[in-house]
Design a protein around this ligand. Sequence first.
Ligand SMILES: *Cc1c(COP(=O)(O)O)cnc(C)c1O
Length: 358
Amino acid sequence: MSRAFNFNAGPAALPESVLLKAQKELLNFNGTGMSVMELSHRSKEYEEVHNGAISLLRKLLNIPDDYEVLFLQGGASLQFSMVPLNLLTEGKTGYYVLSGSWSEKALKEAKKVGKTVVVASSKDDTYKYIPELNADDIKEDAAYLHITSNNTIYGTQWKSFPDVDVPLIADMSSDILCRPLDINKFGLIYAGAQKNLGPSGVTVVIVKKSLVSESLDHLPTMLNYQTYIKNNSLYNTPPTLAIYLLKLVLEWVESEGGLEVLEKRNNEKAKILYDVIDESNGFYQGHAREDSRSNMNVTFTLPDQEKSAEFLKLAKENGFVGLNGHRSVGGCRASIYNAVPVEHVEKLAQFMKSFKNR
Ligand SMILES: *Cc1c(COP(=O)(O)O)cnc(C)c1O
């Protein structure tokens, strides 16, 4: 059986070579006579996987020594709470940019913990663009500024990151590793793995040590970043299989040539689809404003609901998976994360053109 043309938004496509390697090692990992899943998380063999994943991520993203790399569970959604629990201290304010549903959810959780301010928003325009941020609006009471680097549902993405004097926190769940990053600009980055990093079950947090150095003993142990820092993310049993697969994905990223190569490829892939949209005389309408277009999630609509339904039905019959837009916006969405091959994107572009002509 051939592999599907997988445009799922998350969990999403994984590199075929990663799956084959995992398959090959499933019954006997590294001569242990066991699968990775069966290893003790305190064993030397697992430790190599764990630390290997951390050091590879450090290398690929060029993460400076004054940052920690942590593996957590609970998804990006738990980070919506952990960020304010750890950083939004008494008398401080969490500043949020609203650029889509995920940032709304992050704000909702922060409100339960402390004082918040919405410093920019594109909600009134159905999140078609990344709102303009005025750095002067961020006052001295700011604990941090929270942004969502890529808005998975609306298909918008920050092209460059704001220069602010307060810790910048970014939810990068749907675009981490899609391009090189200057980690120094950020206080904390978090990402659920199931879009660009691997399978669901592990969440990566990259945090500047000085930001979480204060002791917060009132916090539940598992909600305190310090627990993970002090124990190399091995305080309790980590999601060992997910971390193993994450490491395989990172090895794949490295073998592909690293983040510069992937960025170029991602932009090419996105252009293939945006060109079809732009050259369709309005048959396909992009949801995102041109200057905010994501190279990870391409969102578009057809002239009416009926045509959308027909498009999705025929696409499915032709082996394309996951093209339905998120239930909150409708229409169509092609998620073209790192692991989606250029050839699959070309196939989709051809299909879109022939559907329009038909
Ligand atoms: C998918 C996604 C989330 C939710 O991630 P979970 O791991 O399911 O909690 C949060 N933020 C963004 C930007 C996402 O794309």
